[in-house]
Write a protein that binds this ligand. Structure first.
Ligand code: ZN
Length: 173
């Protein structure tokens, strides 16, 4: 019987060195590669202000929602970001609560005609969505950066939030 040597141990060793979630870490607050923790709320706040989560000096976006490949000030790479549809999801949730609260309040106390309600709430909904969207997206990117998700970790590979599957040992009769 011949056993083909697998790379399981080297993959796990590599994961340990890169501080991949789920792998052993030397101490709380310190990732395996020795880099210091990134402050989550500070990074979220900087992202909300549409600034680089690392230095707060560079702009996060090149246009309305287009994220810079790298911070123009500190050169921190930001192209890893994968906010996907989370920013619209959270934006809709926030704006819906504001608008519905406003509609209910105005209906209860003022009972304005429908045309006036539509003239107020529809444009306000659009304006609030456009105002919140880049801020919510920035905050989410700041959160991902602080937690070293999606390649934001030092030396982490693309898709580092998913630990590499251990290859099964291959045996031949
Ligand atoms: Zn920066």
């Amino acid at each position: 019987m011949t056993v083909i040597k697998t790379t399981t141990s080297s993959v796990n060793q590599s994961a340990l060195e890169k501080g991949i979630p789920g792998s052993a870490s030397s101490a709380p607050g310190v990732v395996a590669d020795g880099a210091a923790d990134r402050p989550v709320w500070l990074s979220v706040k900087r992202g909300w202000k549409q600034a680089c989560p690392a230095c707060a000096r560079g702009r996060m976006y090149t246009s309305y929602l287009k994220v810079n490949d790298a911070c123009p000030s500190c050169k921190e790479e930001l192209h890893h970001q994968r906010a996907d549809d989370a920013p619209p999801y959270f934006t809709i949730s926030i704006v819906a609560h504001i608008i519905v609260f406003g509609i209910l309040l105005s209906e209860q106390h003022l009972a304005p005609p429908v045309w006036l309600q539509l003239a107020i709430w529809l444009p306000l909904t659009a304006a609030l969505c456009l105002w919140f969207l880049p801020r919510v997206k920035g905050a989410l990117i700041g959160y991902q950066w602080a937690n070293r998700m999606h390649g934001f970790g030092d030396g982490a590979f693309e898709g580092a939030d998913i630990a590499p599957a251990d290859p099964l040992p291959v045996t031949t009769p």
